[in-house]
Design a binder for this molecule. Sequence first.
Ligand code: FAD
Length: 397
Amino acid sequence: MKKSYDVILVGAGMVGALTANLLAQQGFHVALVDKGNGQCDLSTLPFYDARVSAVSRHSKALMDRAGAWQRIPSERLTPYHNMQVWDGLGRGEIGFSCDDVHLDELGHLVENQVLNQALLAQLETYPKQVDSFFACSVSHYQKQEHGMQVTLDNGQTLHADLLIAADGANSFIRAQAQIETKEWDYQHNAIVATIELSRSHENTAWQSFGEEGILAILPMPSFEGRHFASIVWSVPPEDAKDLLELDNDLFCKRLNYAISNEFEVLDVLTKRLSIPLRQRHALHYVQTGLALVGDAAHTIHPLAGQGANLGFADAGALVDVLIKAKERGESLSNERVLRRYQRNRMSDNIRMSASMEFFKRLYETQNPIAVFARNTGMSWMNKQRLVKNHIITLALG
Ligand SMILES: Cc1cc2nc3c(=O)[nH]c(=O)nc-3n(C[C@H](O)[C@H](O)[C@H](O)COP(=O)(O)OP(=O)(O)OC[C@H]3O[C@@H](n4cnc5c(N)ncnc54)[C@H](O)[C@@H]3O)c2cc1C
């Protein structure tokens, strides 16, 4: 039997699950399809999951609006008040503080699984609005006169006005729609893991750029007097391979060196993962009856922790466009309607991608003149309150 919805949403990751919540809240009927089983795998404290996200204030507001933020257990949430960035090849450093912009925090660190679980749990409060199809993939889809017909790999057929692809960086739907991407390899892998520190991280996100790569030390909640952080260490692929092969003791020594001994790293609590990094940007986010959100539309270097935040902003913008279209009696599949979403988001996303590319290249060079100019620039900027406040405002989303 064919089932009909307003929206078929493929992908129940953080961005898809937020989009589904925002739609359901507004009375849209949603079919949510994901090849996973819809269960989040929460680790036991203090073995925080290695995949975490720095969530901006704007993203938090969207989660709040969806009713999901309130579901995140406080013991798995770390507000960060400061960001301290330094150049490992010189004396340049720059610090950002929430006090400078009169806010309680700059953002929060949260494990991806925890965030996703909160979003999926909130979705269960809309049993009339949302049907979930877990452990299912889309076999194919077809544009029809009114909307989209989607066939799942279990043989079920769904129909909706709009198909939203939130199926991640290697989006099957984007490929089927033949939407081209502009993409290149960053020639970096991110090593991620949870580590134990000798002292408190002081609710500060630390980031070092240097010959050892780009290393972020992201504060995680302290537990029974012990202190933890998540690392995102971006290095060339051959260095990543070497780092994965080191035993824990040697890995900690390399980490200590890379963070200029700001902390003593006592141990690594999780398996070290190595994630290849690639810049991708879809040339179009929409077609008649189809919209891309999150990593399906764009992926960027994680050096500023903005990828998911851009995806959450996509979700908010798309849902707002759909709410207005519904109020005006416009079809959700109309490409003219969907282009409003693309117009709203594409320039912000491109600007952020370009900034990541700029920073990656800026800090990659070890040319002494460039390193001197970079360090001088950082020290100068550290004294420019207005410029720094502007940067904070952008990062807050
Ligand atoms: C090392 C690293 C650190 C990062 N740190 C940050 C950070 O601090 N802050 C930040 O904002 N961002 C960060 N990011 C980016 C962030 O992780 C991603 O942007 C975000 O996870 C993308 O979410 P998504 O829901 O779009 O995609 P995904 O998380 O990839 O979800 C896609 C979903 O679609 C499902 N799916 C895929 N294919 C199919 C299919 N064919 N059929 C059905 N279902 C399918 C999958 O099962 C999955 O559930 C980081 C990225 C990396 C690599």
